[in-house]
Design a binder for this molecule. Structure first.
Ligand SMILES: NC(=O)C[C@H](N)C(=O)O
Length: 326
């Protein structure tokens, strides 16, 4: 009799890719059974179930895919026979899907995202060790009540904190500011700390995906903002400068968006630190706050967008939205 049952949901990504011999380019490959077979002998007291959710590179994963995956995961977590879930995913947008599920799921059972940086045909394919370690994390009693986590390269990071930091390196997933929450050391799963953020639960009936990110740079104008407003976007994430500031030429666009009831979120293009309304000059954080923008603390732009998609499914009331981002 096996102790634990872990469900693996495959979505695609490099872990489900191999080299095409003719073109020598990396393409998708349905290798689910080979992956499962290769690791099963290492797991004497864990039985595995699996679902092929999709076979997509992660740049092709849509917000609707994330929502469907979140609902499927919730349904499976409610099955008393399942002790934890591992989700394989392409690494390019893994942090977005993982954060979506972290916000959506009211969970105590472990949900662990993983993937690989090298494909199935490459020497040193990291998919097998990542999958194996993720299953150990999902089966560990220590992993309960930690929200959704990401396990890559034997480091465990919180979905709320982690980002892909390197285009190629195996240790690409980093919580830049706070470090990993734990590690996998052979068969041991060790946690160092709790997640930095208190969890906010957002489980709407529908999502609002029409949210765009605008990167701010010296000399940025209102041009893109006006185009977005004219295209009827439902929200804008401004990846601002430093502590959360923009050039004065963006103020007319920001003011127009807010007047039209489009929420404008502020993140920073700095990879570390939080945004705050400290500067009083034109376009400074304090000025933006007076106009009605929403500050998002330490969230990256891509995660602020995910959170707004879910939050707008719950409310369009600006005061309530501000509370969600506190
Ligand atoms: N390592 C990877 O999985 C990258 C791939 N482009 C993906 O995100 O699907």
């Amino acid at each position: 009799m096996k102790n634990k049952t872990i469900l693996i949901i495959f979505t695609g990504g490099t872990i489900s890719m191999a080299k095409n011999i003719e073109t020598s380019k990396t393409i998708l490959k349905d290798n689910k059974d080979e992956l499962l077979q290769s690791i099963s002998s290492e797991l004497s007291d864990i039985s595995l179930l699996s679902i092929q959710f999709s076979l997509k590179p992660s740049p092709a994963i849509t917000p609707e895919d994330m929502f469907t995956l979140a609902k499927l995961t919730k349904e499976q977590l409610n099955n008393p026979e399942i002790d934890g879930i591992v989700i394989t995913h392409g690494t390019d947008t893994l942090e977005e899907t993982a954060y979506f599920l972290d916000l959506y799921l009211d969970i105590t059972k472990p949900v662990v995202f993983t993937g690989s940086m090298r494909n199935f045909s490459e020497l040193g394919f990291d998919g097998l060790s990542n999958l194996l370690s993720s299953i150990l994390v999902a089966a560990s009693p220590e992993s309960t009540k930690r929200g959704v986590v990401v396990m890559m390269n034997d480091e465990i990071n919180s979905a709320a904190e982690v980002t892909k930091s390197h285009t190629l390196a195996l240790d690409t997933f980093k919580s830049m500011e706070f470090g990993p929450i734990g590690i996998v050391e052979q068969e041991n799963v060790l946690y160092y700390r709790q997640t930095h953020y208190p969890r906010v639960l957002l489980s709407p009936k529908y999502i609002i995906p029409e949210i765009e990110i605008v990167k701010v740079y010296s000399g940025s104008s209102s041009l893109i903002l006006n185009l977005l407003i004219d295209s009827h976007v439902k929200g804008i994430v401004l990846e601002a400068l430093g502590r959360g500031n923009v050039p004065p030429q963006m103020i007319p666009g920001i003011t127009r968006a807010i007047e039209k009831g489009i929420p404008v979120l502020i993140t920073s293009r700095c990879p570390k630190g939080r945004v705050l309304d400290s500067y009083g000059y034109e376009g400074g954080g304090h000025h933006l706050k007076q106009l009605g923008v929403i500050f998002t603390n330490n969230l990256s732009s891509q995660k602020a967008r995910i959170k707004l998609m879910l939050a707008l499914g719950m409310t369009s009331d600006l005061t309530k939205l501000v509370q969600y981002f506190k």
